[in-house]
Design a protein around this ligand. Structure first.
Ligand code: NI
Ligand code: MN
Length: 227
């Protein structure tokens, strides 16, 4: 059993009833989030990249709860220097944590953090992780890439979170193709409507995948899906 709660933008809270983790906890300043970082109590934080709308409140949550931030090496070093606890990984590598296995995938994007937004934090990533007997692929911010086919072939995906907002990431058309590459059982769109510039229609995404064999689930912020 795996319970996934969408917290807006690209933030997802996951629990198998024993362990708790959060992906890209952008809560403070997130117009879609109804939860404040102080309410978050987790064992692990998965951070795809350093951009403020993903790394978000990771450092604060780690410092308060003792949660380990799982991130690409350069970002892990950066958060460690800010006083957080981290587990450094890198793309293509996997590691077995108490809750399950985490593998870092490529993501075609950038990664920087800090007040200037220009402190280099290495390459961005996506995560394939297992928890509660399920396999989840959270792509992070990325453009479409053909290797998604390989990710789907080597790790049968129960649920895929992917951006559809365009401008910074894949738009609807490319996201539809990404789902066709990965062939997850369920696809959940993210990274849309947070701001006007990423005003994509999730219904449009769902409609384009009708008859594909993939179930599209549109989650509103704070909505939970059990798989
Ligand atoms: Ni980004
Ligand atoms: Mn983003």
């Amino acid at each position: 059993m795996l319970k996934l709660t969408f917290l807006g933008h690209s933030c997802v809270y996951a629990t198998d009833g024993k362990y708790k983790l959060i992906i890209d906890p952008f809560l403070e300043g997130n117009p879609q989030a109804n939860v404040s970082p102080e309410e978050i109590d987790v064992d692990y934080i998965l951070a795809t990249h350093g951009h403020a709308d993903h790394l978000g409140d990771s450092v604060e949550i780690s410092k308060r709860t003792g949660a380990t931030i799982i991130a690409p090496n350069e970002l892990a070093v950066w958060v460690t220097r800010k006083g957080a606890k981290a587990h450094n990984m890198h793309i293509g590598g996997s590691y077995k944590f108490p809750f399950g296995k985490v593998k870092l995938t490529i993501a075609h994007h950038g990664s920087a953090a800090g007040e200037s937004g220009l402190e280099y934090t290495g390459n961005p990533c996506g995560f394939v992780f297992t928890m509660g007997g399920k396999t989840v692929y959270h792509t992070g911010d990325t453009g479409l890439f053909l290797d998604m086919k390989l990710i789907g072939e080597t790790n049968p995906i129960d649920l895929m979170f992917l951006p559809i907002g365009d401008n910074f990431t894949m738009g609807v058309e490319d996201a539809v193709r990404a789902v066709q590459f990965v062939k997850p059982k369920i696809a959940v769109p993210m990274h849309y409507k947070t701001w006007e510039i990423i005003d994509a229609e999730p219904d449009d995404f769902a409609r384009k995948l009708q008859g594909s064999g993939v179930k599209v689930v549109i989650l509103n912020p704070n909505q939970t899906l059990e798989i």
